[in-house]
Ligand binder design. Structure first.
Ligand code: ADP
Ligand code: MG
Length: 287
């Protein structure tokens, strides 16, 4: 049987906007010594703005932005939303085929042209040689019928409470705080430095996030539990693999909320520390 105080703990959590899917997760939170965060939409707002548009090889900036917005038409990724916000004309065109390439970008057929929008990895995968741009912003390349037609740079910023949230976890004695991201290294390092996170792994595909998490877990040899905190887009596998998966419920995807053990109903990242505190308190009452 489940001790009554577990319900107290879950009730206390729910009053704080933290949905805990079972008392065992609250108990497991007590043994946590590693907290692993996704970057985009979790530590950062996930609200990007387009900071520059560059056209290459005879294409125009207007064309690059228009085709980028059309290619992203069906995507809900924070990057896609920012590009659609930057394109103020109506999105009128035939997008006949569309595919989301998780960890790379998107691919669409627009007015008979094959358009790709995505990162350096996508270009490499397409065999397109280019110099890596020296910018801390996130870069979205546009490829039209196999030709590198240009790129957009977009920037995001940390959530108001991210820095405080990291400090609170350190104060609670969390030994290892890690950021895993699919974004480029320069963008990842900039955010990590601002927030005081020393351990960063960037340019990861969704399955590589799972592998990194497993490495962290194996290293500890069963001592100390590992939490993964994500906003969900592309993060369901790593949420499921962690000892305790925590999803941001505010903007998070349904798949992530389903895969998570704990859901933070607001987007406040500081609630991760709140959940740990409630778990500690509940533990003290039971034992
Ligand atoms: P994060 O790990 O930072 O949350 P994701 O795993 O969701 O990021 O995405 C990793 C990378 O894949 C992004 O930084 C971006 O370069 C690329 N990407 C993903 N989705 C899109 C998209 N819809 N349009 C363009 N690029 C995308
Ligand atoms: Mg994310």
């Amino acid at each position: 049987s489940i001790p009554l105080s577990f319900f107290g703990g879950i009730g206390g959590a729910s009053k704080n906007g933290i949905l805990v899917k079972g008392g065992n997760f609250l108990e497991a939170l007590n043994g946590v010594d590693t907290v692993v965060f996704d970057k985009t939409g979790t530590l950062t707002k996930g609200i990007f703005s387009v900071t520059s548009i560059t056209a290459l090889q005879g294409h125009s900036e207007a064309e690059v932005l228009r085709l980028a917005a059309l290619a992203e038409m069906h995507s809900n990724h924070p990057i896609a939303l920012s590009i659609k916000r930057a394109y103020t004309e109506p999105l009128e065109a035939m997008v006949s085929e569309y595919e989301e390439l998780a960890g790379y970008g998107v691919k669409a057929t627009i007015e008979g042209k094959t358009v790709l929008a995505g990162n350096d990895k996508l270009l490499k995968e397409q065999g397109i040689v280019h110099e890596t741009l020296d910018t801390p912003d996130t870069v979205v390349h546009i490829v039209i019928d196999g030709v590198h037609a240009g790129y957009l740079t977009i920037a995001d910023e940390p959530k108001e409470d991210s820095k405080q949230a990291i400090l609170a976890l350190k104060a609670l004695g969390i030994k290892d705080i890690v950021m895993l991201t699919g974004d480029n290294k320069a963008a990842a390092d900039k955010v990590a430095k601002e927030l005081g996170i020393a351990h960063v792994e960037a340019e990861l595909l969704p399955h590589q996030k799972v592998e990194k998490l497993e490495e962290l877990m194996v290293r500890k040899n069963g001592k100390g539990k590992t939490v993964f905190v994500g906003d969900g887009i592309n993060d369901a596998p790593v949420l499921a693999r962690s000892d305790i998966g925590i999803a941001m419920g505010g903007v998070g995807s349904d798949a992530a909320i389903e895969a998570a053990d704990i859901v933070i109903m607001t987007d406040e990242i500081s609630k991760v520390a709140t959940a740990l505190k409630i778990a500690h308190k509940t533990h003290a009452i039971v034992w």
